[in-house]
Design a protein around this ligand. Structure first.
Ligand code: FRU
Length: 493
């Protein structure tokens, strides 16, 4: 492959050219999943933001479409969301066509330069051709700014329980809640968050939606709240809160009302999953909560060694809500649509106990592979995993059982000199499960690993840039390893 394409993943979304950050405006309609994204079509670093656009039938194979929203005299088009207005509450539907309504933040660079505080406002646009062509509302902005510098990223949800449109907005250190009947007139109804959760950064890109608890069937409301910096491993990160909503106010569970900075409620503990939100308009008979995130981190996103384009999305994931040891937790797994792309290339039901185990790719490499297995932890203190190639690039990860911490060490993973921050530290993640069996499941796509430990109870996503593709996967410990059900799948489109 041409040098310029060397680091392009094969089954993750990347724009053909130039800069991308947050996923925006995701909705599903008539068999198509839409994904918009923060996009700067003129350069491979952040600039005046547009909404790029891509479509997919299965959230794995994406087709890039023409740009959906371009900046104008009111400002850049920052992050936001989109909903399908089935009952035409907005009145934007002409001739019986169902309108799709997007809500985004206008970021006015002139106001910012002048040192004003009110340069971020909320606006709407609509599409009557299912998301391809958009018209900006003539009376924008629909929410003005009364002097809050960080005032952005509106995420709209249809609240069928209380029969209203709900919108959450990130404002510095808290989330504002708004309600509307027509998507045009918005009323602020409550606030949440200044006294709980991580705050060493600015809150951005919230999302708020009901979820059913898997076992009991009870409904709980979930607030996703990204922040930057101040993520679990520094830089960008996405935390969540679970609780109840009475139509006006969100009340988190008792154990989430005074969370400290370093709490354990993060959708992903890795350094590279930010600003993720969920798809709207998923049919009730499907009922899944589907999520995608930006697989990078503001610490180094603009310096990573891809030139033609910059940034990748995570795999689309299904979120699940469970009660584990009395505590609500969000688990995530890749969407089941990935099944159609999997081919089993290796299987081992049980190993001959030994201190090391190695799997080497027989042909090709490990750059589009999925590996899963379970490991008996009873006699282990620490277990280390590594991916490596013939030029000694090595990505290390694993579990320190004694302190219940997973880690990822990418110091020698390949190219790292583009940013000091990329390798400043070894990242960690708490092991939440108490099981004696560790379930490991990870997916590799050239420059990323997405690890779903214990059925997605602790998730870690990180990127890396090996000089040559990794070809070998190893497991190591000081005591004998007891490995079960090891499977290697190739993922091909
Ligand atoms: C998050 C973010 C958003 C903002 C957008 C601008 O990564 O900072 O808060 O809307 O990126 O591109």
């Amino acid at each position: 492959i041409a040098e310029a394409e060397k680091f392009r993943p094969s089954f993750h979304f990347t724009p053909e050219e130039n800069w991308m950050n947050d996923p925006n405006g995701m909705f599903y309609l008539d068999g198509t999943y839409h994904l918009y994204f923060q996009y700067y079509p003129e350069d491979n670093v952040w600039g005046p933001m547009h909404w790029g656009h891509a479509t997919s039938q299965d959230m794995i194979t994406w087709k890039e479409e023409k740009i959906a929203l371009k900046p104008d005299e009111k400002g850049y088009i920052f992050s936001g969301s989109a909903v399908v207005d089935k009952e035409n509450t907005s009145g934007f539907g002409e001739e019986g066509k169902t309108p799709v309504v997007a809500m985004y933040t206008y970021h006015d660079p002139k106001g910012e330069k002048e040192g004003r505080k009110d340069y971020q406002t909320q606006a709407i646009a609509y599409s009557t051709d299912k998301g391809f062509n958009w018209t900006k509302f003539k009376d924008n902005p629909v929410i003005k700014n009364e002097g809050i510098k960080d005032f952005r990223d509106p995420k709209v949800t249809r609240d069928t329980i209380n029969d209203q449109w709900l919108m959450v907005l990130a404002t510095v250190d808290r989330t504002f809640f708004y309600s509307s009947q027509d998507l045009k007139e918005w009323k602020k109804i409550s606030e949440f968050g200044q006294s709980t959760g991580a705050h060493n950064g600015v809150w951005e890109c919230p999302d708020f939606f009901p979820m059913k608890v898997e076992e009991t069937g009870e409904t709980k409301w979930v607030l996703i709240q990204s922040l930057n910096p101040g993520g679990y491993n520094g830089g960008s990160g996405t935390q969540y809160f679970v609780g109840d909503f009475d139509g006006t106010t969100f009340t988190p569970e008792k154990n989430m009302q005074n969370l400290e900075e370093k709490h354990s409620f993060w959708l992903d503990f890795g350094r590279d999953n930010y600003a993720g939100v969920t798809w709207s308009n998923i049919p009730t008979e499907d009922g899944r909560t589907l999520f995608i995130g930006w697989m990078s981190n503001w610490l180094y996103a603009q310096e990573v060694p891809t030139q033609k384009w910059r940034s990748t999305m995570t795999l689309a994931r299904e979120l699940k809500l469970q009660k584990l040891d009395g505590v609500y937790r969000i688990l995530s797994e890749p969407v089941k649509e990935l099944d159609a792309y999997r081919t089993e290339v290796h299987k081992m039901s049980k190993n001959e106990p030994a201190k090391t185990y190695t799997y080497s790719a027989k042909t090709g490499d490990l750059m589009n592979k999925e590996i899963s297995f379970s490991l008996n932890l009873k006699d282990l203190e620490k277990v280390d995993f590594h991916l490596s190639n013939s030029v000694q690039d090595t990505l290390k990860f694993g579990l320190n059982k004694t302190d219940k911490q997973f880690y990822v060490n990418r110091k020698k993973s390949g190219l790292t000199d583009f940013s000091e921050k990329f390798i400043q530290k070894v990242s960690t993640a708490p092991r939440i499960s108490n099981s004696d069996t560790l379930k490991v499941h990870f997916i590799l796509d050239k420059t990323s690993i997405e690890i779903f430990y214990d059925n997605g109870t602790t998730v870690v996503s990180e990127i890396f840039f090996p000089n040559e593709p990794y070809t070998s996967f190893g497991i190591r410990s000081k005591s004998d390893l007891h490995i079960k059900d090891l499977k290697v799948n190739e993922i091909t489109k």
